[in-house]
Design a protein around this ligand. Structure first.
Ligand code: AMP
Ligand code: ZN
Ligand code: FE
Ligand code: FE
Length: 283
């Protein structure tokens, strides 16, 4: 029985959320959630703390990740649920991505420092977790008074066409799907329709991902356009994929609020049934 909304995409300060895993659990309880998944970028470092924090709250915790991957030249985000966090391929690839995120951020800051009052130490001071990214550069720019908010930084100088953007290394989305599936998890494409009906991975490409073990599509997400969501529902029906909806909560780092999009209990059941890594925990 579910006692509230199911939200399967949230970030903590392990990556670029502004709340610790403990504070994230508190926020989930306050929002009246039945189930929350922690899905930090490229890291499972928050998994133990969320379980400890959730003990006695009645909340169901799904342990997950949001893997940075790429498809051709595009960045693609892949959610993975309930996989074995000790899987050697997962450990190796996420460590590689985190390392490359670090050198990439350092190189971006070197470029920014030519034009703005910002140092690498400013950025390190903003990251308390394992996975660094543009949000921490944004927070350093806010702290220096260069921009008013994190979102304002993303809309201007940190935008990928803003003149300072650099990409980072990441596995292909096909390898990402294989990696999560082989570690016993359920891979779900995150916000795949931010660019409209032409979903990030469409047609034959999606078929290949399904053959490799893709389980679902995140349809309910504020950045998927309405026509893009309609297309995703067609594709989910065609390939018999699980449809999810989630907030992509980042604490105060993004406007997204917990439970602004949700997943049905039936969809969550199908996701869980596809896994054999770690168990959901009802604390
Ligand atoms: P990166 O992966 O380092 O290129 O940074 C992109 C990430 O920034 C995405 O995962 C977004 O979710 C995240 N992000 C956090 N806060 C914001 C914000 N206010 N606006 C846009 N993106 C944000
Ligand atoms: Zn993020
Ligand atoms: Fe994402
Ligand atoms: Fe996210």
């Amino acid at each position: 029985m579910t006692r509230g909304p199911i939200d399967l995409h949230t970030h903590s300060s392990v990556s670029d959320g502004t709340e610790t895993p403990t504070q994230l659990i508190r926020a989930a309880v306050e929002a009246g959630l039945d189930t929350v998944a922690i899905t930090d970028h490229d890291s499972t470092a928050g998994w133990d703390e969320v379980l400890t924090a959730a003990a006695g709250t009645g909340l169901q915790v799904i342990r997950g990740i949001e893997l940075s991957t790429r498809h051709e030249w595009r960045s693609v985000h892949l959610l993975g649920y309930l996989f074995d966090p000790h899987d050697p391929v997962i450990l190796r690839e996420t460590a590689r991505t985190r390392d490359d995120r670090l050198t990439r951020a350092e190189r971006m800051v070197a470029r920014l420092a030519e034009d703005f009052d910002i140092t690498w130490d400013d950025v390190l001071a903003q990251s308390g977790g394992t996975t660094i990214g543009r949000p921490h550069i944004a927070d350093a720019l806010v702290a220096r008074g260069v921009v008013p908010t994190r979102s304002a930084a993303f809309e201007s100088i940190l935008h990928f066409r803003g003149g300072y953007y650099l990409p980072h290394e990441a596995p292909t989305v096909l390898d990402g799907v294989r990696m999560i599936a082989e570690a016993g998890g359920a891979p779900v494409l995150a916000h795949p329709a931010t660019r409209g009906r032409e979903a990030v991975v469409d047609g034959a490409d999606l078929g290949r991902l399904v053959d490799a073990g893709l389980v679902g599509l995140e349809v309910g997400h504020r950045e998927n356009t309405p026509d893009g969501q309609a297309r995703l529902l067609e594709l989910a029906a065609q390939y018999d994929l699980v449809v999810t909806g989630s907030s992509d909560y980042h604490g105060e780092g993004k406007p997204n609020r917990l439970a602004e999009n949700t997943t049905t209990p039936e969809a969550l059941e199908r996701l869980i049934a596809a896994t054999r890594g770690v168990e959901p925990v009802r604390a």
